[in-house]
Design a protein around this ligand. Structure first.
Ligand code: GBH
Length: 504
């Protein structure tokens, strides 16, 4: 690795380009999906209703194109096609998620659905045959509706329910799965789904439900980790991590000390909300969150703070419960000043941050929120190294949405620039990034955006009952990258006339 690093630096000096191209030895590449976004088969073979089935069926107007995940990419029936695509890309690993309501239709562990177990075993066997390692997420947002009816993540019993569900999955699949992710993007679960209407169940309990959720979700994650550690790790020898998403915040004026401080606060509220309790020495929620929420709550007339620090037992119990830091990253936003953001509800997480945010930064994608700023990714990674004791990191998602072209130069450019940012921090700053996961294998059900913001390497024609999958140019880009462990320099991956920008 030292040898490669030296070589890479030499190449820089030689060409005069301030860019590394070669990945260190042992660095791994994968691609990700999630059960509800691809499986379909929403009510067959014993699967019960989840919160996304409920939202899309009862409130279709909340989905951009009125679609749902009833069929999606039909991966429940077409998983062998998925494996073919993965084989073409040549990836080291495939990140996918398990559908809780397919495995435990009641939500509880009293009844394990044999067809659900069979399905995932068949997928795992097909992957093993192609030497593709599974990286498996236990929970990627598709909560059984039966548990939501009891309050979902706002119910403290979820700690037990999630541990029971984890227990079944570790027991049934632990011989084949050596890398686990407990929960995908806790911020999105708590803030978007309970504190807002951006994700199902769209509870909109702003400033209240979001914080109930984080208390329970962090405990549930920790219990799942300890369960694996004590009961399964001795014989199964796998690893367990959590994947935290970050919109990275930067000050709009880097010379403005107040904005710099506010951006740090915003990053603590966003990433630190879930990373600080797990990855710092002191543990617990970030001090600034506890202070800000206490201050706001008092001013708003609450009898006590809407978010309180964990007690000592839970601070210790949650600390250190992730073998790697899993980072999902897409975008950077700006902090423009102190105050109450015009879009903030009261009370709310956004109001609690005490800052005003802006999207006026970076390049476009098909998603309004996805502002393209590769240097923001490098800054996030350096910040993670210094804030969390230099943890070993896996990038568990990163990707780009466009309007569905097969000549997807915008996506290629995005991957190239974001991967280049990773190389910079690996070689220049010693950030320990060990692997990279592109989002996503194929165009799929993009939650409230339906099928209007595709992220895939493969186009999926959802108007054709056969759901044909066609590789985009970026599939070849990624294939070449993975084969050579080096950023492709091939001319055919360069946008001849910056055409993609016109389409956005
Ligand atoms: C990830 O979330 C998810 O893990 C994955 O399932 C998803 O398909 C992928 O990204 C692409 O979006 O309501 O307009 O304010 C990424 C983080 C944060 C992106 C919340 C969308 C809300 C958009 N997400 N954000 S909006």
């Amino acid at each position: 690795m030292a040898w490669l690093t030296a070589l890479s630096i030499l190449a820089v000096c030689h060409t005069g380009l301030a860019a590394y191209t070669k990945f260190p030895e042992g660095f791994t590449f994968g691609v990700a999906t999630a059960s509800h976004q691809i499986e379909g088969a929403w009510n067959v073979s014993g699967k019960s209703e989840n919160v996304w089935d409920r939202l899309t069926h009862t409130r279709p107007e909340m989905i951009a194109d009125g679609t749902n995940g009833d069929v999606a990419c039909d991966s429940y029936h077409r998983y062998l096609e998925d494996v073919e695509e993965l084989t073409y890309l040549g990836v080291d690993f495939y990140r996918f998620s398990l559908s809780w309501s397919r495995i435990l239709p009641t939500g509880f562990s009293d009844h394990v659905n044999p067809d659900g177990i069979r399905y995932y075993n068949a997928l795992l066997d097909a992957l093993a045959e192609k030497n593709i390692e599974p990286l498996v997420t236990l929970f990627h947002w598709d909560l059984p509706q039966s548990l939501q009816d009891l309050g979902g993540w706002t119910n403290s019993k979820m700690v037990d329910y999630f541990r029971d569900y984890s227990d079944v999955c570790y027991r049934e699949f632990g011989d084949k799965i050596k890398s686990w992710i407990t929960i995908n993007e806790p911020y999105e679960v708590c803030e978007d789904a309970y504190g807002d209407i951006k994700k199902a169940p769209a509870l909109d309990s702003h400033g209240i439900g979001n914080y109930l959720c984080s208390d329970n979700l962090l405990k549930a994650h920790a219990e799942s980790y300890h369960l694996y550690n004590e009961k399964y790790r001795p014989t199964q020898n796998g690893t367990v991590m959590i994947s935290i998403n970050s919109i990275w915040y930067e000050p709009s004026d880097p010379e403005n000390a107040e904005q710099v401080a506010l951006a740090e606060t915003a990053n603590q509220f966003k990433f630190g909300w879930f990373a600080h309790p797990i990855f710092t020495n002191e543990g617990g929620y970030p001090e600034v969150m506890i202070e800000n929420v206490a201050k706001q709550s008092a001013a708003e007339g609450f009898s006590k703070p809407r978010l309180e620090q964990f007690d000592d037992y839970w601070i210790q119990r949650i600390k250190g419960t992730s073998d790697f830091l899993g980072i999902n990253h897409y975008a950077t936003h700006l902090i423009t000043g102190p105050g109450v953001d015009p879009i903030a509800k009261s009370p709310s997480w956004l109001k609690d941050t005490g800052s005003i945010t802006s999207l006026e930064v970076g390049g476009d994608s098909a998603s309004e929120w996805l502002r393209v700023v590769p240097t923001g990714f490098a800054n996030l990674l350096r910040w993670c190294k210094s804030s969390y004791n230099d943890p070993p990191i896996y990038i568990t998602e990163n990707g780009f949405s466009d309007r569905g072209t097969l000549q997807d130069y915008g996506r290629i450019q995005y991957y190239n620039d974001y991967l280049s940012a990773i190389l910079d921090v690996i070689y220049d700053d010693g950030v320990r990034v060990l692997g990279y996961t592109a989002w996503t294998l194929m165009d799929n059900f993009e939650w409230r955006a339906g099928f209007t913001e595709p992220f895939g390497f493969y186009h999926v024609d959802i108007t054709d009952p056969d759901l044909p999958r066609t590789p985009k140019l970026s599939a070849d880009y990624y294939r070449q990258l993975v084969a050579n462990r080096e950023l492709p320099q091939d001319e055919r991956f360069k946008d001849p006339a910056n055409k993609y920008k016109e389409e956005l």
